[in-house]
Design a protein around this ligand. Structure first.
Ligand code: ACO
Length: 435
């Protein structure tokens, strides 16, 4: 479904006789946008929107967020329904293709992904080039980018079949790459994927298994893993997705584009927040220190942020945070952890913040990262792996958004403008004449 013109907006430049009529476009749901593409030609001015808080950069029919109501839809399906009833690979199919698969489409898709989950043996040697204490996200950026050196014969980004195979390769190989990043840092042998396991089970297996003993899949943990993957699968035009689209708009190959997305995800304001939340909770240490910590957060001269709180789009509870908070309780119960001091601390912190005018007035609520670290830690993942797990889940979103962009006949190179505030033209002065 594409956008339709609904009306127009007329803009007149004060103090001049220049004016322009811009089309007002409607999507299926959500606020209308006005199309400013001819504004510079008509008025000689650009728009100014640092951080793109008020700018739609593309049409997309993949994911919809109503940030005020706390709604998240993948291809129209509420995240709560997918979390409850679907599986990650089915969600991958949905995001990539637009509709839920039939049973046979699903089976073919699953087989198609599995067929690509091994890494080229030569890639093993890459890992030896990293220090053992390398951050898994550094390894992910490097190894995912390096995939382009292995599939260079099949990188025609204008070819539908090449794009389809690249999508399969990326979705299939990122869990192996991430699990091996961990194995390398732990000094344990790499574990190869197994096709009798589901995507989530396979990831847990490659991550946790060792050759000396049988690895038994815990169904509660694999369900939680699958849920975490579903919740992180896509989130419309966030920083990393926009990075992937911008890189892809130049015609760069999909492996390089996804490596760019991984780099963008790494920052603590984005996917790195799950790691930062656990560090923050460890620093706070005890509920008695919450007040002093929040005083620091509210102090204008202090850079401290309440990590896992706030979101550019959600001005309400992030629906993913609600689901993950419930899953936290299930996982801790399964693992026999009656009282997890971190979860208790997080819940008390949330309660206090949600009744504090600073957070209420700014509509700051927990986002997906506030509770995801607690569940991942309970599942035996080291903190440094949290953002890498996010990257594994988000790869399908990046690939779907990249594919949608490549199929868009209006697609052109992404190239924002600027408001220049530097020196006007001036002449070069030789160094001998500079005072
Ligand atoms: N703690 C304290 N204050 C905050 C927080 C926070 N976590 N988030 C926003 N604010 C304050 C800002 O300082 C600002 O206050 P002001 O109006 O007095 O200047 C106000 O709330 C509005 O915030 P912005 O910075 O304008 O919000 P923006 O949309 O630019 O940033 C972001 C969103 C980056 C997510 C921010 O809320 C943040 O840094 N949160 C913590 C990091 C985090 O959890 N990131 C994960 C996001 S979800 C994801 O990527 C998966």
């Amino acid at each position: 479904m594409s956008a339709s013109a609904k009306g127009s907006v007329t803009i007149t430049l004060d103090g001049s006789n220049k004016s322009t009529r811009l089309p007002l476009l409607s999507g299926t749901v959500g606020p209308d946008v006005f199309d400013i593409r001819k504004m510079y030609a008509d008025l000689g001015v650009f728009t100014y929107d640092p951080g793109y808080g008020a700018t739609a950069s593309c049409d997309s029919s993949i994911t919809y967020i109503d940030g005020d109501a706390g709604i998240l839809l993948y291809r129209g399906y509420p995240i709560e329904q997918l979390a409850e009833q679907s599986r990650f690979l089915e969600v991958c199919y949905l995001l990539l293709n637009g509709d839920l698969p039939t049973a046979s489409e699903y089976r073919n898709f699953e087989l198609g992904v599995m067929r690509h989950n091994m890494l080229h043996e030569q890639i093993r040697t890459f890992y030896n080039g990293f220090r053992r204490d390398a951050h898994p996200m550094a390894v992910m950026c490097g190894v995912v980018g390096a995939l382009s050196a292995f599939y260079h014969d099949n990188l025609d980004v204008r070819d539908t079949e090449s794009r389809r195979i690249a999508a399969f390769r990326l979705i299939a190989k990122v869990p192996t790459i991430a699990a091996w990043a961990h194995k390398y840092s732990a000094g344990q042998p790499f574990v190869y994927p197994r096709n009798d396991l589901t995507y989530a089970e396979n990831f847990l297996y490659m991550f946790h298994a060792v050759p000396t003993e049988e690895y038994k899949i815990n169904p509660v943990l694999s369900k939680a893993m699958d849920l975490i993957l579903i919740l992180h699968a896509d989130h419309e035009q966030n920083a990393s997705t926009s990075t992937v689209r911008l890189a892809g708009s130049t015609g760069a190959n999909p492996f390089a584009c996804i490596a760019a997305g991984i780099a963008s995800l790494w920052g603590p304001a984005h996917g790195g927040a799950n790691e930062a939340v656990l560090k923050m909770l460890a620093e706070i240490g005890h509920t008695r220190n919450i007040k002093a910590f929040l005083d620091d957060v509210k102090d204008k001269d202090n850079q401290t942020k309440l990590m896992g709180f706030g979101h550019r789009v959600y001005k309400n509870y992030d629906p993913r945070a609600k689901i993950i908070q419930k899953a936290c309780h299930d996982v801790l119960a399964e693992l026999g952890i009656k009282d997890d001091p971190l979860l208790d601390l997080a819940m008390e912190l949330e309660k206090i913040a949600l009744s504090d005018p600073y957070f209420v007035d700014r509509k700051l609520y927990p986002n997906v990262d506030f509770y995801s670290g607690i569940i991942l830690k309970a599942m035996g993942f080291p903190t440094s792996m949290f953002t890498a797990l996010f990257a594994v889940a988000r790869t399908v979103g990046w690939v779907s958004q990249w594919t949608e962009m490549m199929e868009d006949p209006q697609q052109r190179i992404g190239r924002p403008r600027q408001l220049y505030t530097g020196a006007p033209r001036r002449d070069y002065v030789p160094v001998s004449q500079r005072g």
